[in-house]
Design a protein around this ligand. Structure first.
Ligand code: AMP
Ligand code: MG
Length: 406
C-alpha cells in the first residue's frame, strides 16, 4: 500500500497544464487568467455626475443657505449618454443626470434634493464644494495601469472590469474537457428495468456532476461492458476529444477488472492500493498528455477518490494555484472510533457551527456502497490509523462544500 500523500504527489507531478487560449470574456468566469491585464483606456472615460442634480460653478453657490437660496439660470439638460453642447457660465446651471458628462465650466454637482425648481431657474439651498458628486475621468482605472496578474481566478467582477476596459476576449487556461466512462456488466442506464443481478449506474451521473462542479466541461462516454478491448477502444476514441478521462469500476483485483488491463495496453498504467478507506484501489496513467483516472466502482469510493485525486489534478490542469479544499478542526460530540488497519479513514460527516466553532458527526453507514451517507455529508473527517476519536475529541475535516484554498 502507498500513502495518500505519495499517491497524490505522483498524480499531480504527472498532470500537465492545459495550453493557454483566448476566450470571450463572457465565458471566462471561473477560469484562470493567463495574461497580465493592463488598462488600455481610462475608466470612467470622462468626468461625470454621480447624482441627479445640477452642474454648477461652486463659487456661485458660496453664499447659498436654506433661508437665502442662490438662484441660477438653467441653460440646458444633460441625460446620460449625451455630450454637452455648451458650457456653464457664471450664474448658470445645467440640469444633469447620473452618468452624464460634467459640462465645461461646471466644477460641482448639486444633488436635486438640495434644490427647488423656479421657472427657468433653480434655487440652490446649500453651498457646493468644488468636486462635489463629480466622478473624475480615470477615477477607477488609469490608462496603462496594471489591473490583474496572471493566475487570477476570474470572477464575475473581473468580467465586468474587462468589459469596462473594452476587452472582447482574454487569454485563459481553458476549461478541461473531461470524459466520464462507467464500466460494469451489471450496470443499467437510467430508468430501464433491472434484471436479476443488475444495478443502476450511479457513478456516471455523479462523476459528470462532480466534473462540472470542479469547473470542467463534462463529456458523457456512456457505459462500457467488462471487456478489455471495448474499454481500450472507448478510451482511444475519448482521447480525441477529451483533456482528461475518468472511469469508474474495474480497477480492483476481481477477475473482470479490465480497466487496469486496458490502461496497461497504453503502457502507462500506475495502479495502487492506497492506504485509505474508502477508495483504496486506484489506477492512473497519462496517455499522450491525457490523464486517465481509474476510480473504483463502489460509489462512495468513486466520489472520495475523485475528491482526493481527480479534482486537484483537474484544477491544476486548469492553472489553479489552489487545488485543495480547506480543512477545519471540529469537535466530535459523539466521538468517531475506528479500528487500526494501517489506513487513513475518510469518514463522511456533517459539519455544523456551534458556539463559535464546529461540530462534526457521521452521516450514516461508512460502508463504501452507502452513497446516501455521502450525500448527507459536507465533509470528510480524517481519522489517522488507530482507534479514532473519543467523545468530545477533535478531528480534522476536509470541507467538501468549500472551494479549494491552498
Ligand atoms: P468494481 O470496482 O468494478 O469491482 O465495482 C465495485 C462495486 O461497485 C460493485 O458492487 C459494483 O457493482 C459497483 N459499481 C460499479 N460501477 C458502478 C456504478 N457505475 N454505479 C453504481 N455502482 C457501481
Ligand atoms: Mg466492475
Amino acid at each position: 500500500m502507498i500513502s495518500l500523500d505519495d499517491a497524490r504527489k505522483a498524480v499531480l507531478d504527472a498532470v500537465p497544464r492545459l495550453d493557454v487560449r483566448s476566450v470571450p470574456i463572457r465565458r471566462a468566469s471561473g477560469l484562470v487568467l493567463a495574461e497580465r491585464v493592463v488598462a488600455r483606456e481610462q475608466v470612467p472615460p470622462f468626468a461625470n455626475s454621480a447624482m441627479d442634480g445640477y452642474a454648477v460653478r461652486a463659487a456661485d453657490t458660496e453664499d447659498a443657505s436654506m433661508s437665502a437660496p442662490v438662484r441660477l439660470r438653467v441653460v440646458g439638460e444633460l441625460p446620460a449618454g449625451r455630450a454637452p453642447t455648451r458650457a456653464v457660465s457664471a450664474g448658470e446651471a445645467i440640469r444633469i443626470m447620473t452618468g452624464a458628462p460634467v459640462p465645461e465650466g461646471a466644477d460641482a454637482i448639486v444633488m436635486v434634493e438640495r434644490t427647488e425648481r423656479d421657472g427657468d431657474g433653480v434655487l440652490v439651498h446649500h453651498a457646493a464644494m468644488v468636486g462635489d458628486h463629480v466622478r473624475g475621468a480615470g477615477g477607477d482605472l488609469q490608462a496603462g495601469q496594471p489591473v490583474f496578474e496572471p493566475g487570477t481566478v476570474i470572477t464575475p467582477a473581473h468580467v465586468g472590469v474587462l468589459a469596462s476596459l473594452g476587452y472582447p476576449e482574454i487569454a485563459v487556461v481553458p476549461r478541461a474537457r473531461v470524459g466520464v466512462l462507467a464500466t460494469g456488466d451489471e450496470l443499467v442506464e437510467g430508468e430501464d428495468p433491472l434484471s436479476p443481478g443488475q444495478i443502476r449506474d450511479a457513478n456516471r451521473p455523479m462523476l459528470l456532476a462532480l466534473v462540472e462542479e470542479a469547473g470542467c466541461e463534462a463529456r458523457d462516454l456512456g457505459i462500457a461492458r467488462d471487456d478489455e478491448s471495448l474499454i481500450h477502444r472507448t478510451l482511444e476514441d475519448a482521447f480525441a476529444s477529451c483533456d482528461a478521462v475518468i472511469t469508474s469500476g474495474g480497477v480492483s483485483v476481481g477477475d473482470y477488472d479490465y480497466v487496469k488491463a486496458a490502461l496497461d495496453r497504453f503502457g502507462v498504467l500506475q495502479s495502487w492500493q492506497v492506504a485509505i478507506k474508502p477508495a483504496k484501489p486506484f489506477a492512473f496513467g497519462v496517455v499522450r498528455g491525457i490523464p486517465v483516472f481509474g476510480l473504483p466502482g463502489n460509489p462512495v469510493s468513486a466520489h472520495v477518490s475523485f475528491e482526493l485525486f481527480a479534482r486537484p489534478a483537474l484544477l491544476q490542469m486548469m492553472g489553479h494555484a489552489a487545488r485543495f479544499r480547506p480543512e477545519i478542526r471540529a469537535v466530535a460530540p459523539e466521538g468517531m472510533t475506528r479500528k487500526p488497519d494501517g489506513k487513513l479513514h475518510l469518514d463522511r460527516v456533517r459539519v455544523d457551527r456551534r458556539d463559535g466553532g464546529y461540530v462534526a458527526a457521521r452521516t450514516g453507514s461508512q460502508a463504501s456502497n452507502v452513497l446516501s451517507a455521502m450525500a448527507l455529508a459536507n465533509g470528510l473527517a480524517l481519522l489517522a490509523d488507530g482507534d479514532g476519536v473519543s467523545e468530545g475529541g477533535e478531528v480534522t475535516v476536509v470541507r467538501l462544500d468549500w472551494p479549494a484554498d491552498h
